[in-house]
Design a protein around this ligand. Sequence first.
Ligand code: SF4
Ligand code: SF4
Length: 202
Amino acid sequence: MKLPKLRELKEALTAVFSRRYTSRFPFRDSPAPEGFRGKPLPDDQWCIGCEACAQACPSDAIVIEDRKKEAVRTITRYWDRCNYCGQCEEKCPQPHPGVKLSREYDFSGYTPDEMNIKQEFELVVCSKCAGPVGTLKQLEAVSGRIGPALASSSPDMLLARQIQIKRQMPGKAKRKEITRSDIFTFLCPVCRHEVYRKEAGN
Ligand code: SF4
Ligand code: SF4
């Protein structure tokens, strides 16, 4: 019985006179190691608001809201729902990911609003049904990537490249009928199909 007690005493004395084992966080920064998967942070230079990451997210931590009347898309990334799987970064179609898992792990805050980050994008809406076509940044990025020759085969891409010439303005009223001239307006795939079908006399 005596021996274990002496051993415990020795351990206690060693602990008192040795250096601290734990970091001084939060009083001092304690950087996470390389490769740590923390807060996903968007990169506005590369994120085009395409929503691919939201579709890949298994935790519904990325919420897309399209306000069609104002032609605005909001992307909210909720850190308190995130499981740090990295799918958003991996599935981003951009050459440099539009969102990256950072080495940040300090999530303390006083309100739920401090647990998320929001981005806003200009939304292109269909000139007939007002459905979302995509963000303007997305159309520009895709048309830039496929090049002018291929982009000119898609009126939406062409318009995105020549946005200063013609553009679907926010809040524009929906129209019931579409005509041949509507080919060179922003249309969602369903309405564009309707224009071409009418054009072919079907
Ligand atoms: S997939 Fe990439 S570019 Fe698209 S919304 Fe997500 S982060 Fe942005
Ligand atoms: S790391 Fe995973 S859970 Fe978190 S936002 Fe990205 S995809 Fe969703």
